[in-house]
Design a protein around this ligand. Structure first.
Ligand code: HEM
Length: 410
């Protein structure tokens, strides 16, 4: 049975949700998705308000609404996966915000712009190496071309030595893990993800141990120093915080870049403008995130009935916040269908809003703009792609997962 075009798991909504935006933006209507017990929100004001609302939690356990037997069965079958997924949010009622603060405290210092600037040469070296086929091949798949960039960058950031077996293990286990984080992943994918999560914890655990005895100027060393200075941090939380970082920073960046190339090739005038004036790239990255968001939804649970401008999200609802819908709300972003690298993007929600705001925003912008610069340098403007050959994985609730985009380079 085919799903309605506004259903989160339909191919149409995943690949091109604009018809849904047109349907709901006029009166800011919430969409009730009965089979998921979910409410999908697309208007800018409501998305922004619910991102950081006192009655909207990111912690399923805190809401105390899940079927406890089903949750216990999942935790028994996939213990590492389940505990890694709830690490940032806490697993017991009341624990959520304290735990989330701890994780932010551990990770935040390394994401100051100054630190990220130092990463510029590393990112540039990784991008040039991984994307070099763009200079010689006549046909290639953009999604596959860029997919390793964020993983390699983050493993360098974490201080995992590329020459070691752990680096290979890390690059192999991370994608398996990501596939299983999806709340509706098949059991077989969860089995693989459980193994992936275990390997990832082992690799990161070894990296932490290594840095304890051999401190360096890298992220792990700093996280350890912060944890030691606090004196109240469970060593497992140090490793878990790194897992969260990897999970939050990899697929988002990979998908952003693939979608950015799609936008670039669909807008030859803007493409040439950017090629001529690289000063536009920084703002263009934000406009690309608005125009083709890698995020399908930020997910919350309403802990009470939540009223918003005459509509209600019932207690216990899975609340799906469409960042892309917010970026296409014509009340806030005029003529949203126009891709404009000069657009004023103040108020953009592409990196979230409020307490959960993206910790990797500077690294993300650095990676995407470096990749974009590389494409502007090496992709001829005669390059083309065929929309019908793009493939998607519609069953991802969090991300608009583009899985393949073959392009004809020259
Ligand atoms: C273009 C790429 C990226 C996009 C579009 C993006 C977007 C977001 C968004 C929308 C959130 C808020 C989630 C929520 O409120 O539910 C978030 C959170 C987060 N992001 Fe990013 N992100 C990107 C790259 C990165 C990178 C590279 C890292 C780190 C290496 C990172 C680390 C994080 C972390 C740790 C959080 C969670 C913060 C918390 O839970 O308190 N992100 N990101």
């Amino acid at each position: 049975m085919s799903l309605p075009s506004n259903h989160p798991f339909s191919l149409e909504y995943t690949s091109n949700p604009r018809s849904t935006f047109a349907e709901v933006h006029e009166d800011n209507r919430f969409l009730h998705i009965e089979d998921l017990g979910a409410v999908a929100v697309h208007g800018y004001d409501a998305v922004r308000a619910f991102c950081d609302h006192p009655q909207m939690t990111r912690n399923f356990a805190e809401a105390n609404l899940g079927d406890p037997e089903a949750m216990a069965a999942r935790a028994a079958r996939w213990p590492t996966l389940e505990s890694s997924m709830t690490a940032g949010a806490g697993t017991r009622p009341g624990e959520g915000s304290e735990r989330a603060h701890l994780i932010r405290d551990l990770l935040a210092p390394d994401f100051r712009p100054g630190m990220i600037k130092k990463m510029a040469s590393t990112v540039s070296e990784v991008v040039s190496r991984v994307c070099s086929p763009l200079q010689s091949e006549s046909e290639l798949d953009v999604v596959k071309l860029v997919q390793e960039v964020p993983l390699i960058v983050i493993s360098k950031l974490l201080g995992i030595d590329e020459a070691t077996r752990d680096s290979q293990l890390f690059l192999t286990c991370a994608p398996d893990y990501f596939r299983g984080i999806n709340p509706i992943a098949a059991d077989s994918d969860r089995d693989k993800a459980e193994a992936g999560a275990k390997t990832m914890l082992e690799v990161l655990g070894r990296a932490v141990e290594n840095r304890r005895s051999n401190p360096q100027t890298d992220l792990i060393t700093q996280v350890i120093e912060i944890a030691d200075a606090r004196g109240d941090v469970d060593p497992e939380d140090v490793v878990r915080s790194l897992v969260i970082l990897v999970a939050a920073g990899t697929d988002t960046t990979r998908l952003t870049t693939s979608l950015a190339v799609k936008t670039l090739l669909s807008h030859p005038v803007a493409f040439e403008q950017m090629r001529e004036d690289r000063g536009l790239v920084g703002n263009a990255v934000m406009e690309m995130l608005r125009y083709e968001s890698p995020t399908k939804y930020l997910v919350r649970i309403a802990t009470e009935d939540v009223e918003f401008e005459g509509q209600t999200v019932p207690r216990g609802s899975l609340t799906l916040l469409s960042i892309m819908g917010a970026g296409w709300d014509p009340r806030v972003f005029e003529n949203p269908e126009i891709f404009d690298p000069n657009r004023d993007l103040k108020g953009s929600l592409s990196f979230g809003f409020g307490a959960g705001y993206c910790l990797g925003v500077h690294l993300a912008k650095l990676q995407v703009s470096t990749l974009l610069d590389y494409f502007l340098d090496h992709l001829p403007s005669t390059a083309t792609f065929d929309e019908s050959q793009i493939t998607w994985e519609p069953g991802n609730l969090f991300l608009r997962e583009i899985t393949g985009m073959p392009i004809h380079v020259r």
